[in-house]
Design a protein around this ligand. Structure first.
Ligand SMILES: C[S@@+](CC[C@H](N)C(=O)[O-])C[C@H]1O[C@@H](n2cnc3c(N)ncnc32)[C@H](O)[C@@H]1O
Ligand code: SF4
Length: 394
């Protein structure tokens, strides 16, 4: 292990904590998570949480010195394990950092997996934002993608969380699903916006190799909406959510005023975050590193008192600049030319003069003179990868 990872320093960081368990594996999902009943339930959850605490202790000096701005406990399904484990993890962090600068603390939950014990533990831990996957308001679609819950079960969970006083709830929706029509998306948007969640993330289905859905597609058992239909779904989402008072602030994310995800903004603004747990990724200053994504490897490293880091990559300045541009352009407000010039000591407009002019002529980006920011246009959001490639210089 190089010296860099043992001498991490940063003023402000965010924490991501991965909980790799789910009640069932959804057919489309390739996140690192295990079906909880397959893993000798209690035993492996306990082994995992203990390993995670050991990992946290290994970052004691960083945790003591940095100001922790946001925490995101994701998965997997963090709500598939008992609430006391979540509370235990947070109390472990509190030995090193009082979390007095915490602005946002999110936990991901699945419909049908919450109870009072879990919610009370989240409240004691300081959770102030819940992110829940609903994907669709139609039971046939939910069933066809392997979700464990019906729409009514989602509603019960949603109302339960509200009754417990949570005032910041984010819902995940998916589009481009097998047999999903534009009318289906319209129906889901109507029903979901009536609930008035503070934040909505909408993801186009990504057919991931190695998933059951991928195999079904390869066998010709399912058909997916064509690209044009998928784009029409996306445009419908943008239109309806705008009408309902949500501001689109990122390609896939919509929020009521002041309710943008502070944690996700850290990623898009290319700031520092520490990922804890199996398969998590970190970026602290000029260093990027990621943990083992294999359960035994992760546990074994920690048993030997080693950081479970599989790979550690120092980030060159040009690469960091490209990432700042690419991630920043995902945001509707785009990138601040002045901030980039100051951070990288460059003249951004001069360096990328040809690319900027070309993209402007293609109507993929616009230069907002008043704020001196460059942002994607609506067409640019559709063709974002093409835009990002233009800024990739070797
Ligand atoms: C890590 S999952 C966690 C949420 C929680 N486990 C749940 O499913 O309710 C975060 C979100 O990613 C999205 N997602 C997962 N796999 C996807 C895929 N292959 N394509 C598009 N979106 C996906 C889903 O909307 C999901 O809610
Ligand atoms: S989408 Fe969520 S519940 Fe489904 S397998 Fe992935 S992480 Fe688990």
């Amino acid at each position: 292990m190089s010296l860099m990872i043992n001498a991490l320093q940063e003023d402000a960081i965010s924490l991501y904590i991965h909980i790799p368990f789910c009640v069932e594996k959804c057919l489309y999902c390739d996140f690192v998570s295990y079906k909880i009943s397959d893993t000798e339930k209690q035993n492996s959850v306990e082994t995992y949480v203990q390993a995670l605490k050991n990992e946290i202790s290994m970052y004691e000096s960083l945790l003591r010195s940095a100001s922790i701005k946001t925490i995101f406990i994701g998965g997997g399904t963090p709500s598939s394990i008992e609430g006391q484990y979540i509370l235990g993890i947070i109390n472990h962090i509190k030995q090193y950092n009082a979390l007095s600068n915490l602005m946002e603390f999110t936990i991901e939950v699945n419909p049908g997996t919450l109870n009072d014990e879990k919610i009370n533990a989240y409240l004691s831990a300081g959770v102030n934002r819940i992110s829940m996957g609903v994907q669709s308001a139609q039971d046939t679609l939910l069933k066809s993608i392997g979700r464990i819950h019906t729409f009514n079960e989602f509603l019960t969970t949603y109302k339960g969380i509200r009754e417990k006083g949570f005032e910041n709830i984010s819902l995940d929706l998916m589009f481009g699903l097998p047999n999903q029509s534009i009318e289906d998306v319209e129906y889901t948007l109507k029903v979901i916006t009536e609930l008035a969640p503070e934040h909505i993330s909408t993801y186009a289905l990504k057919l991931e190799e190695g998933t059951n859905m991928y195999r079904a597609y390869e066998r010709g058992e399912i058909t997916l909406p064509d690209e044009e239909t998928e784009r029409a779904m996306y445009h419908l989402i943008e239109k309806v959510l705008k009408e309902k008072g949500y501001e689109q602030y990122e390609i896939s994310n919509f929020a009521k005023p002041q309710k943008e995800s502070k944690h996700n903004l850290v990623y898009w603004e290319n700031k520092s975050y520490l990922g804890l747990g199996i398969a998590s990724h970190s970026k602290i200053g000029p260093l990027r590193f990621n943990n083992f994504s294999n359960f035994p490897h992760y546990i074994e490293a920690l048993n030997q008192n080693l950081k479970p880091v599989e790979e550690e990559i120092p980030i060159e300045r040009d690469e960091d600049l490209f990432e700042t541009i690419m991630l920043g352009l995902r945001l509707n407000k785009g990138i601040s030319i002045e901030a980039i010039n100051t951070k990288y000591e460059i003249d951004f407009v001069e360096k990328y003069h040809t690319e900027i002019e070309k993209l402007k002529i293609q109507k993929l980006i616009t230069h907002h003179i008043e704020t001196d920011r460059i942002a994607l246009t609506a067409l640019g959001r559709d063709l974002s990868n093409q835009v990002f490639l233009e800024f990739m210089k070797d």
